[in-house]
Design a protein around this ligand. Structure first.
Ligand code: MGD
Ligand code: MGD
Ligand code: SF4
Ligand code: MO
Length: 719
């Protein structure tokens, strides 16, 4: 008998690089994954996680049927029973508490898939619910909030024109490991290396001498969470030198005078007192930035997760704009989506807890526990968690655990039974990304954050195991069961039922599923044609190149049509910076805790792959500079107690000379010992750093809702 091996092309949906892959399958099992050398954007690049995706898909821990908690134990139930019971419970909760009593958490991995994420929002809409939590307030909501203020919409974002820039300043990103965010950049180090090859320069502003900085560029160590002062010093110096393109500013921007005023007190000498970047170094960076024909400053989670992410974003983009680098070849370019962005929800809702504004329709995860635990109207009683593990990935894990216990209904839709799912009433088996058709990530399809503009439609590579079900379908069925039309639209509800019936017909079958109908409508709306055509381009399609000069005066979405350099709330907040500066000076000598991503980890969900957690990778560590360890009588391998306020965790010590003294790091996503559904991860060591990360309304950044996970003041002792 001949055994057929199929080789099919797809895109990886683990991180934002979205690399092209060739997946070889036999009898519905992955036998090999190789980088797709013909993919128009990734051109043969892929990392170990994409290539080992088979280990996630075929994990013995895959959920294959719905589970219900009965007397503290999970027992298998049929889909009909699960859908009917959850639907009934939803109806009752909705009748009692209305839409405000229902919330959802949409995790990072499924953020890369268009259909289930859209259906989750339609599901919430069906119940007049708007409490959508996502990891956005752990990684990027400051950029959404900044985009709205400066450019007129959270979806209006800029990215560095990497392939043409002559000077790139990277603040708080380590591309060798993470492949970056808010930009799709497969093989980032090759592309950054080309900047140097053409005579340009790369600066890394980072409290850690990272894997990326060791490969190329100039590393400038900065005291954690003082970036706002680095940018104030930068702005001060640009303005003092008169290096502002005034004609450009007058024509395309508003509010420049406020920038002049607020930057005045912040000389490079003064900011050096807290950033620890010598004034001469800052001046040299400014000189190089101004001398380059096409320069860009880019920042990422290293600052987004700091206490001033929105302020940093504002100052950074103001500098890029006033120096003439916005909308310029080699500078920063404004993304141009492939599809029209979803209409704005109008005035942003505000949370019942502390009146916090939602940002880009998301409510801060830092107040999730409060939303659930605080009694009164609007108390969250039901939570749907899709592809998320908030217990390990959101700040304040202990309070979250109490909150999840307090819920009347917690439903987790996942591919495995993770830590959060232990608190669930029902666990429903969803699909792995390789089991669904898809289009590229929202940030590229709608926001256009792509130096190489391209589009790849992918079919599923595999049939799902057991009774795993498309998440979008689950939401549709739950709505029907609760008697609420999906998306609050009877017509859409009826159409989706009809489409689902059609999909069961033998002839139409495979090609007319609900998700494909949706994706086809979407691709047609972007002028790309339908799926039948797109299937022929498995290596992706190159789209019209980015056009510097097509943004200012043409596509700026603010009411004035100009870039708003001085958003009033931020200018107001800038008045408090003297106080912050004094406070920061008072912190000199105290330890600051920062995040660290690692090659073989991906937030909380890669630790269940045996090869990724072998040897000394079986735990997370406290990374600490030898001088800080010595003053606390700690040596390599000792167990340290790391505390923030009254909360503490214990982790083994790793000495790390790459850290600026005064900086410590504990990678997140660990602490799996109680995960009964994760046969590999549960054998690992380590602790969940989010137990000690601050949560609650006081802990999140004003205006962006970002959780503070970087540069948090901490103490370290011997355990
Ligand atoms: N291997 C791996 N890759 C990943 C992930 C993963 O978990 N593992 N996660 C993915 C996800 S979800 C995201 S959002 C992206 C994130 O990707 P990026 O946003 O590009 O983040 P990182 O590369 O982790 O780099 C953050 C850097 O900030 C530095 N830093 C910490 N504190 C400060 C500070 O106060 N100031 C400055 N200037 N720098 C600081 C850290 O030392 C670190 O090098 O990565 C994605 N890629
Ligand atoms: N302290 C600290 N905490 C952090 C960070 C930090 O730097 N420091 N980084 C933060 C960042 S940037 C992020 S993005 C968040 C991520 O946080 P989360 O999104 O909450 O967590 P993940 O670990 O990505 O886990 C998601 C779950 O999705 C499941 N899954 C994967 N694919 C699918 C799918 O296709 N369908 C379904 N139904 N399930 C799927 C996995 O099995 C896993 O259980 O963590 C944040 N937490
Ligand atoms: S770099 Fe990101 S998208 Fe590319 S293979 Fe690795 S995980 Fe997948
Ligand atoms: Mo993230």
């Amino acid at each position: 008998m001949t055994v057929t091996v199929k080789h099919e092309k797809t895109i990886c949906r683990i991180c934002e690089a979205q690399c092209g892959l060739v997946v070889s399958t036999q009898d519905n099992r992955i036998v090999d994954i190789q980088p797709n050398v013909d993919h128009v954007a990734s051109k043969g690049y892929a990392c170990i996680k994409g290539l080992k995706m088979g280990d996630f898909v075929h994990s013995p821990d895959r959920l294959t049927q719905p589970l219900k908690k009965v007397d503290g134990q999970f027992v298998p139930v049929t889909w009909d029973q699960a859908i009917a019971e959850i639907g009934r419970k939803m109806k009752a909760i909705h009748q009692k508490g209305g839409g405000d009593s229902i919330a959802a958490y949409m995790g990072n991995p499924i953020g890369f898939s268009m259909w289930p994420t859209t259906m989750m929002t339609f599901f919430l809409k069906a119940f007049d619910a708007d409490k959508l939590f996502t990891p956005g307030t752990q990684d990027c909501a400051n950029k959404f909030a900044g985009g709205e203020r400066l450019f007129g919409s959270p979806n209006d974002q800029v990215f560095p024109d990497i392939d043409h820039t002559n000077l790139l300043i990277v603040v708080g990103s380590n591309p060798v490991i993470s492949k970056m965010s808010f930009i799709t950049l497969p093989h980032p180090m090759k592309r950054l290396g080309e900047i140097e090859s053409r005579g340009g320069k790369v600066y890394w502003i980072n409290p850690r001498y990272t894997e990326s900085a060791k490969r190329l560029g100039v590393h400038v160590p900065i005291r954690a969470d003082t970036d706002v002062f680095f940018f104030l010093g930068f702005l001060h110096e640009v303005i003092r030198r008169g290096a502002v393109d005034m004609a450009h500013v007058q024509r395309y921007m508003n509010g420049y005078d406020s920038l002049v005023e607020l930057s005045q007190p912040w000389s490079p000498e003064r900011v050096a007192e807290v950033t620890h970047i010598p004034a001469a170094t800052l001046r040299q960076i400014v000189t190089d930035y101004l001398a380059a024909d096409g320069a860009a400053i880019y920042s990422s989670t290293g600052v987004n997760q700091g206490s001033q992410g929105l302020m940093v974003y504002w100052l950074q983009e103001a500098i890029n704009a006033i120096t003439g680098n916005l909308d310029k070849k080699g500078g920063v370019l404004a993304g141009k989506g492939i599809f029209p962005a979803p209409p704005s929800a109008g005035k942003a809702p505000r949370s019942r807890i502390s009146d916090v504004p939602y940002v880009n329709s998301i409510i801060p995860a830092g107040i999730m526990a409060d939303e659930i635990l605080t009694p009164g109207p609007g108390k969250v009683r039901a939570l749907f968690n899709m592809a998320g593990n908030p217990l390990l990935t959101c700040a304040g894990s202990d309070r979250l655990a109490s909150a999840f216990e307090d819920l009347e209904l917690l439903v987790c839709i996942d591919i495995v039974r993770n830590e959060t799912a232990e608190y669930a009433d029902y666990i429903l088996p969803g699909l792995h990304s390789l089991e669904r058709p898809d289009v590229p990530f929202y940030f590229f399809s709608f926001m256009g954050l792509m130096p190489v503009r391209s589009f790849t439609y992918t079919e599923p590579m595999l049939l799902p195991p057991g009774e795993c079900r498309d998440e979008g379908l689950i939401f549709r069925q739950l709505c029907q069961s609760a008697g609420r039309p999906i998306a609050g639209s009877r017509i859409f509800g009826l159409l989706s039922v009809a489409a689902e019936k059609m999909a069961k017909m033998p002839v139409l079958g495979k090609k007319t599923t609900l998700d494909r109908i949706f994706l086809s409508l979407l691709t047609r709306s972007g002028g790309l044609g339908g799926l039948r055509k797109l299937r022929r381009f498995a290596d992706g399609i190159l789209l019209e190149e980015n056009q510097p000069g097509d943004y200012l005066g043409k596509r700026v979405n603010t009411l004035s049509g100009k870039v708003e350099l001085a958003p009033s709330d931020l200018v107001e907040r800038a008045r408090g910076l003297d106080k912050l500066f004094a406070c920061e000076k008072g912190n000199t000598g105290r330890l600051k805790l920062i995040q660290k991503r690692e090659r073989f980890t991906h937030n909380s969900w890669a630790h269940n792959v045996r090869e990724f957690v072998q040897g000394n990778r079986h735990t997370n560590y406290l990374f600490i500079h030898p001088s800080d360890a010595q003053s606390r009588s700690l040596s390599e391998g000792d167990t340290a107690k790391v505390s923030v306020g009254s909360k503490a965790i214990e982790v083994p010590v790793r000495l790390d000379e790459d850290l600026l003294p005064g900086t410590i790091s504990v990678p997140h996503g660990w602490g799996h010992q109680r995960a009964r559904g994760l046969s590999v991860a549960r054998t690992t060591g380590g602790a969940n750093v989010n137990i000690i990360m601050p949560d609650g309304p006081e802990s999140i950044e004003q205006g962006s809702g970002m959780s503070h996970m970087n540069g948090v003041i901490a103490e370290v002792d011997r355990a």
